[in-house]
Design a protein around this ligand. Structure first.
Ligand code: KG4
Ligand code: ZN
Length: 334
């Protein structure tokens, strides 16, 4: 089935074409430039930028896939979670296209999309598997029994891991989004230079707010003694604290539940050190590891089209009065 996917939940306007589980095109218009001077996403600006970008991005996705709009057989769109004004741009566009073309459409949970990105890679997981969804808004470990059956095993009690990266970058004046910059700077630093805290050691839940506070306290203490030459060590040590707990707790959840496969997805799964440490841990514990290519870890519409195609093929249809949902926990559904 030839499916057009649309994603606009945060600061990326994306469209993609997927057919029979294979990606035919994947176009992403990033708004980073528009938000970076504010140190984070400004919802009103995001909505405006989505309106400007959505039609050209869809046209580009169709053209890259070499298909016409009239050949599209179904539409999948992110319904939530995310910024409501941003979600509405994608959702309204999807509805208008479905109505005009007289084809079915489905609203998709963004987190379910992130997990399904693993099926667009060359090597795909088998059910059941554990999935760590780690992004700017979420840090959740699920037991995934099939495409629609999720059981939450662990989650963050406060900030998401991506948020911990973004907040640190803001404190260090490194711009937005923080994860990418910290990943880069950390490459030349010593991850053992500073002993940042690893919270909730005996649980599969996460907490990152103390880590951010400890960075703030350290910066205040060093005051004007803090020099740019110290940045790589700070970035590497801070990143290591995040990566350590993500890997350790996910592995614990995997082993506790007697699972042999793990998927790591979402924007933070683009992190070089995280990918490295997960690979080491998987090898050591004889677990099969699946991390999508970086372009499919951060927000994209191919993952939305991929899960949308599965839903449409199983007969799922949404009505044209479907609303967007800003908070939408991922739970098992038919
Ligand atoms: O999945 P995503 O694109 O959007 C959400 O659904 O939130 O994730 C965005 C998050 C941001 O917090 C960003 O800083 C983080 O992913 N991120 C990274 C890297 N690339 C993006 N974090 C660490 N290392 C990276 N290379
Ligand atoms: Zn995302």
């Amino acid at each position: 089935m030839l499916v057009l996917g649309i994603e606009s939940s945060c600061d990326e306007t994306a469209a993609a074409v997927v057919k029979d589980g294979k990606m035919r095109s994947n176009v992403i218009a990033s708004q980073i430039k528009a938000h970076s001077k504010y140190g984070g996403v400004v919802p009103e600006i995001a909505s405006r930028k989505h309106i400007e970008a959505i039609n050209p991005v869809i046209e580009q996705a169709l053209s890259d896939a070499g298909v016409g709009l009239n050949e599209i057989e179904g539409i999948a769109v992110t319904r939530g979670p995310g910024l409501i004004g941003s979600l509405l741009i994608g959702l309204t566009t999807a509805k208008a296209l479905a109505y005009a073309l007289n084809i079915p459409f489905v609203g998709v949970n963004h987190l379910e999309g992130h997990i399904t990105a693993a099926f667009l890679a060359d090597k795909v997981p088998q059910f059941p598997f554990a999935a760590l969804v780690v992004s700017g808004g979420h840090t959740n470990i699920y037991l995934v029994k099939n495409y629609h059956d999720f059981r939450l095993l662990g989650q963050t009690r406060d900030d998401a891991a991506g948020e911990a990266f973004d907040k640190a970058a803001k404190l260090l004046n490194l711009g937005y989004p923080g994860g990418v910059v910290i990943d880069k700077i950390a490459k030349s630093g010593n991850p053992k230079a500073i002993a940042f805290p690893r919270a909730m050691k005996d649980s599969v839940d996460f907490s990152f707010s103390g880590l951010k506070t400890s960075l703030l306290t350290m910066l205040k203490k060093r005051g004007s003694d803090f020099e740019e030459s110290q940045l790589p060590d700070v970035a590497a040590s801070y990143q290591e604290a995040i990566v350590d707990v993500l890997v350790e707790k996910t592995m614990r959840a995997v082993l506790d539940n007697d699972i042999r496969q793990v998927v790591v997805c979402g924007g933070v799964a683009a992190n070089g050190r995280l990918r490295e440490k997960f690979a080491e841990a998987a090898l050591k514990n004889k677990i099969d590891l699946f991390i999508p290519p970086i372009i499919l870890c951060t927000d994209n519409a191919a993952m939305i089209a991929a899960i949308g195609e599965i839903m449409l093929k199983s007969g799922r249809r949404d009505a044209l009065d479907l609303n967007a949902i800003s908070r939408w926990p991922l739970v098992a559904h038919p």
